[in-house]
Structure formats: C-alpha cells, structure tokens
Design a protein around this ligand. Sequence first.
Ligand code: UDP
Length: 238
Amino acid sequence: KNNQLKYKRVLLKISGEALMGSRDFGLDPETVSRVAQEVASVREMGVEVCLVIGGGNIFRGVSGAAQGMERTTADYMGMLATIMNALAMQSALEDIGVYTRVLSAIPMQSVCEPYIRRRAVRHMEKGRVVIFAAGTGNPFFTTDTAAALRASEMDCDAMLKATKVDGVYDSDPVKNPDAKRFDQLTYKHVLTEDLRVMDASAITLSRENNIPILVFSIHEQGAFAQVMKGEGKFTIVT
Ligand code: UDP
C-alpha cells in the first residue's frame, strides 16, 4: 500500500501554542490528544511520521532575555520546555497505541534517548513515531529551524507546518478580512516578501534540501491525513 503514497516519510512541526487549546499558557490535554489522533491516523496510512514540537506555550528565549535573563540561558530553558511538550505528546500517542520514541538534542539520559541520527532513522523504519525534542540543541535557533534540520537529516519527503489557519496569507487573516491566501508559493517568494511561514533559516534549509513545506490548519479535524492525500486546504511552498 506504501507505493500509492505521495509522501512516504514526513516531519510534522507543531508549535507549543498549537497545544494550548484555548488556554493562555501550558498544555491543554484535550488538544494534545486530538493532535495525537491526527498523527495516529496518518501513521495508519503507512506514512512514516516524525515530529518536532515547539515550546512557546511554556517558555521562549527572547521573552526571557527581554526580562533581563542571559539569552543563551533563556534559550536553554526554552529547549527544556520542548522536552516537556514532547513527553506529553508521547504519552498521548501511547494512550492510543502508537509506538513512539523521544530523542532529545540535549541528552537527558533517564528521561529519553539522546538524538543519534542513525538511531532515529531506524526507529522510523520500524514504524515508530519519532519525537525530536530540545530543538537543535543550540541557543539562537528555533524549533522551526530544528524541524527543517531534522527533516533534512531524516530525508523526509515533506515538512508539514501545523498552524491555526488553513495556509499562508499575505497578512494575518484573523486581523485582516481581506488577507489573500496562497495555494502555492516558492521559497524565494516567502523570503523576499517575508511571509509568515517559518523563520528564514528554516526556509533556506528546506530550499537547499528540496523539502516542500505544507502549511495547514491543525484545528480542522482529519486535516493532517487529508493533506497527506493531497486533499483539503493547505499552502505548498516549493
Ligand atoms: N530554542 C533554542 N534552540 C532551538 C530551538 C528552540 O534555543 O534549536 C529555544 C528558544 O528559546 C525558543 C524556545 O526554545 O524560543 C521554544 O521554541 P520555539 O519558540 O521555536 O517554539 P514554538 O514557537 O514552536 O512553540
């Protein structure tokens, strides 16, 4: 059945905020379960799935720095936040019978596995959902860049960016009712127009490694599976 798949191996980037639900901080267990269900249904299609989860729902380095904290220290706190989110997602996935492994860019031996590329590839070949935690392991980066990096390392056929809206717009569609939506974009257009897809380093890395970015709404039920079939609403950046 795998031969009919458009994308055999994908990376899904979920921001920390996407796991907040209607709260203004932390994790909403119902939302985490719902996203886990989305992942499970794509896994059931036979697609190999890995995840990068952000930490913005708990801590962001720039916010810490704005309050006077040393930037690199604040960034490490942000990376630790992504590990918490990864563990929550692992728990939600295991609850519904999906095999997972959390691999952290910052080794945390008694909590999860360290990130070792070959090991990650092996997990994916065995059908486990690999959750990449702690971003790139370096300060001054974001989990968007971590997503583009891991998607490149895992040789993913596509990177999916789960957002609150059904694609990329030329301005915030929540604030501007006349915002124009794109079905298709080039990396170059995204960079020159500074469109809000992912940060520039993530776009550049994806472009260099020819990884299409598919932006879709995680709030639509079944959207992840639909996008994998080339259906539903999404913006593709190539
Ligand atoms: N972070 C970092 N290096 C990385 C990834 C993340 O220093 O490679 C830190 C950074 O401080 C960031 C925080 O972790 O603000 C949370 O990640 P991000 O803001 O990307 O989360 P998201 O917006 O996706 O929820």
